[in-house]
Ligand binder design. Structure first.
Ligand SMILES: [Zn+2]
Ligand SMILES: [Zn+2]
Length: 142
């Protein structure tokens, strides 16, 4: 079995370790990273913590292809209200969690900001307007 010693001198794992304890990295020695998974993951967590909440927010929004400025602009345009139910969510512990970015799963285009409930509801209906129409008709007929 090929083994490798973690680059981190304070590594909590028993060294040397099997290669499966390392993340793959094609440019690395033996095709893996220099630090074991445990140390690598810890380093990533420390890194994110050091960069702070603004950086994390930027990274999260980047996944949707928007900047914090885009989010804030949409948020202002919607006056902080959910684009479907028009309620202002009450959980205020984090600005991002306040309204979530809703995007089309096929085109990746951002549709707007929604409260958690509406966003989840769309997901449960598979973002299918036809089914949602039927659900609305069903409710009206009662
Ligand atoms: Zn390690
Ligand atoms: Zn809503």
């Amino acid at each position: 079995m090929i083994t490798k010693t973690c680059y981190n001198e304070e590594c909590s794992q028993e060294n040397p370790q099997p290669l499966t304890n390392f993340h793959k990295q094609s440019t690395g020695k033996l095709g893996v990273r220099s630090r074991c998974r445990t140390c690598h993951n810890q380093a990533m967590r420390d890194y994110e913590r050091k960069r702070g909440p603004e950086w994390r927010r930027k990274k999260t929004l980047h996944r949707y292809g928007i900047t914090p400025q885009d989010y804030d602009r949409m948020f202002r345009e919607q006056e902080g209200k959910c684009k479907i139910c028009e309620k202002i969510p009450q959980e205020r512990h984090s600005r991002d969690r306040h309204l979530v970015v809703d995007h089309c799963h096929t085109t990746q285009a951002v549709r707007g900001l929604l409260c958690h409930s509406c966003n989840r509801a769309l997901g449960m209906f598979n973002d299918d307007p036809k089914v949602l129409d039927k659900a609305a008709a069903y409710l009206r007929s009662a």
